[in-house]
Design a protein around this ligand. Sequence first.
Ligand code: FAD
Ligand code: MLT
Ligand code: ZN
Length: 471
Amino acid sequence: MTYPRATIVERLQALVGEANVLTAPADVEPYVVDWRGRYRGAALAVVRPGSTAEVAAVVKACAEADVALVPQGGNTGMCGAATPDTSGSAIILSLARMRAVRALDPANATITVEAGVTLAVLQQAAAEAGLLFPLSLASEGSCTIGGNLSTNAGGTAVLRYGNARDLVLGIEVVLADGRVWDGLRGLRKDNTGYDLKQLFIGSEGTLGIVTAAVLKLFAAPRTRITALAATGDLARAVELLRALKQALGDRLVGFELIGDLALRLSRKHHPDSPDPLPDHPWYALIQVNDSAADAGLGALVEGALAAAVDAGIVADATIAQSQEQADRLWALRENISEAQRREGPNIKHDISLPISAIPRFVDETGAALVAAFPGARLVVFGHLGDGNLHYNVAAPDGSAAECFLDHTPEANRIVHDRVVAAGGSISAEHGIGQLKRGELAHYKSPLELELMRRVKAALDPRGLLNPGKVL
Ligand code: FAD
Ligand code: MLT
Ligand code: ZN
């Protein structure tokens, strides 16, 4: 039985309740624009199911009506992946109402949550049980675990705990035909055929709708040390990372890079920010944690930084003396994205490289970009501990930022050619979405693209899940 497209909205209202199907332009507006304001789409409606059964019924009804679905979590993505196209024919499926913490098993160190749970709420639920869910993003107040898994999010603690896909033990997924795959197992060992969950993780809503997940929990840190170190160049920042890994091992949780322009922008748009180490070209924000209360961690970090100063690697450093000081140092780093948004449109690159290749890459690519776009400002920051740079090109001071975006294809070529030549990736953590679809087709081998298209065709033969994204 198929349903004419015209009645799909009524059908959805019957399935999830009228209040949970939004059609009024003012209600739909926040769902059809991405966080950066870079993509604006249109939708037939926004549907907000409250359970896995309702998600399954919605997906089945849309499949029967041949209506495309765009899954959406917190809408904080950076690649336009959760924004529909402009046709107005798609339905946005928001998981925002699915916010249950279904189970927490301290002995198994697992938590089972629904896809609409925000990352901050998930972290809090773990903390209340004296445990840690380590995924940490500046968007954690809004992004959802369903979105984190669908983008395989990274963040600021990957160095110690890995990406989102490394923190998942099981998922529940609604497939393109509305059937539910219940893969909610809390096992750290399970070798029973293909690891299907890993197909859906990072697929940006193009292979299935994640409705719940079983996640790993870790011992909560009882000692936390945050430090900021300034270095004269990037090679020294890489050297410092190596020295701290040696001295601190697994207790080194985060090593974030901040270029001086990124720092100045963060402070410009957040005037109450501290400026502990002015006038250095590069900074490393360092997070060191230990689950032991009396680990002597402060002395260890101090000693390692002092040794780095003596060795001429570090020009200056400061260690936060309170949680409030630590939070203010982290805000300096985590406010960069927002600062860039306020500063105006910029050409974003979210790249990863072998860490050893980063200093030369930044030197050479910077020179090539400035030669191509005189006066362009290079805003560089990121997760150096994971080889991940946010390498963003902003318009020259005083010029029209909007027009500068016209240079995106040329800038992408300059940056991505060098990334790929150095054995890197054109997308480290943000995904592909709409933004890098052309770049993916350009850089992936024909065989890789064929394999991906065959997987897509197998799981979503009619291409109704998030069309126009990734492939
Ligand atoms: P959305 O933006 O709603 O969706 C993202 C993608 O996932 C879309 O393709 C959507 O269709 C799909 N999707 C969402 N929910 C589901 C579901 N349940 N089932 C299937 N598909 C689904 N990202 C990082 O990796 N590291 C960072 O450090 C980081 N920092 C950020 C800082 C700021 C200030 C901002 C605004 C963003 C940042 N991001 C970062 C990007 C973003 O927060 C992440 O990509 C996050 O994982 C997106 O989650 P979301 O719930 O907002 O997903
Ligand atoms: C970050 O690390 O702050 C984010 O990934 C966001 C960004 O790149 O702007
Ligand atoms: Zn990032």
